[in-house]
Design a protein around this ligand. Sequence first.
Ligand code: NAD
Ligand code: LMR
Length: 327
Amino acid sequence: MNPPLRVAVTGAAGQIGYSLLFRLASGAMFGPDQPVILQLIEAPIEKALKALEGVAMELDDCAFPLLKGIIQTSDPAVGFKDANWCLLVGAKPRGPGMERADLLKDNGRIFISQGQIIDAVAAADARVAVVGNPANTNCMIAASQAKRLPADRFTAMVRLDQNRAQSQLARKAGVDLTGVQNIFIYGNHSPTMFPAFAHATIGGKPATTVIADTAWLHGPFCETVGKRGAAIIAARGASSAASAANALVDHVRSLVTPGVIHSVAVKSNGHYGFDANVWAGMPVRTTTPGSYEAITSYAMDDFAKSKLAATNKELIEERAFIADLIK
Ligand code: NAD
Ligand code: LMR
């Protein structure tokens, strides 16, 4: 057995937290040989902390062999102390009629202080995964506060969008989900995101050959994936939670598994024409556990280029909107 990993989770008593923690403690995220200590962080609100106590009791009652300890706290300096992974879920979710960017001013502040505290107290090898919306820009905000941890340690989640896109392509083609490969998400976790269908394969053939309906790929496919979060809010009355938790398990699992190619929002460094200082979804290959390299070799046609330009513009606008926060 390896020594336990310390995994800090914010928003631990929230909707996503409730779907996430049990899978994390069961080994789904870090594997069956990796014990964990959960460092659960909630807002300093009586109701949230009481709910967190209940979640911790349930974790105890699962008797997970890999779970070696639980810390419950509203103090981020305690919760992030020596953490190897910081999963930043805690933030306000949007309601019906809102865009994720409407959360920027409220949620952005959270990521300023969490970025500073993680940088000060987390483990030397700390990795950060941001889920709280708007995830790309919140990740950029947290990374902007770090002096010790390099920018590539900060990632935001677009894996839910990749999973959604894979599912939509499989349904349209009438094939098993596992037949759909190489569908990657570019740009913002927002309706402007671009699921790059031209690089996807279905049963080993180009998706654009198997699905000859180009109008569907350009229109309803991109729109369904981009607006799936809003469709779930409209149907459920609350934002996606179980599928988001599942995507975070996938995001981290893929990031600790060398060789896997998957969609992650990372500091763009100018790849695919993105502004160098925005966090944009793109395919990355995990190199060593927790580290990755961007895959920059995919060619983009004119349609793809216009989509990339639109999502880049939105990321730049979001950054401009909170520029006063990150000064
Ligand atoms: P929720 O309201 O059920 O839970 C959020 C929890 O965070 C609450 O318990 C709250 O008390 C806590 N919290 C708030 N501020 C905090 C802080 N400063 N420190 C620690 N905890 C804090 O919301 P949810 O459904 O779990 O969603 C959480 C976030 O994830 C939202 O912003 C939502 O929009 C986002 N989300 C992102 C994706 C994605 O794909 N990136 C998918 C789904 C949801
Ligand atoms: C999602 O994509 O389901 C989440 O980002 C929640 C939302 O606000 O859409």
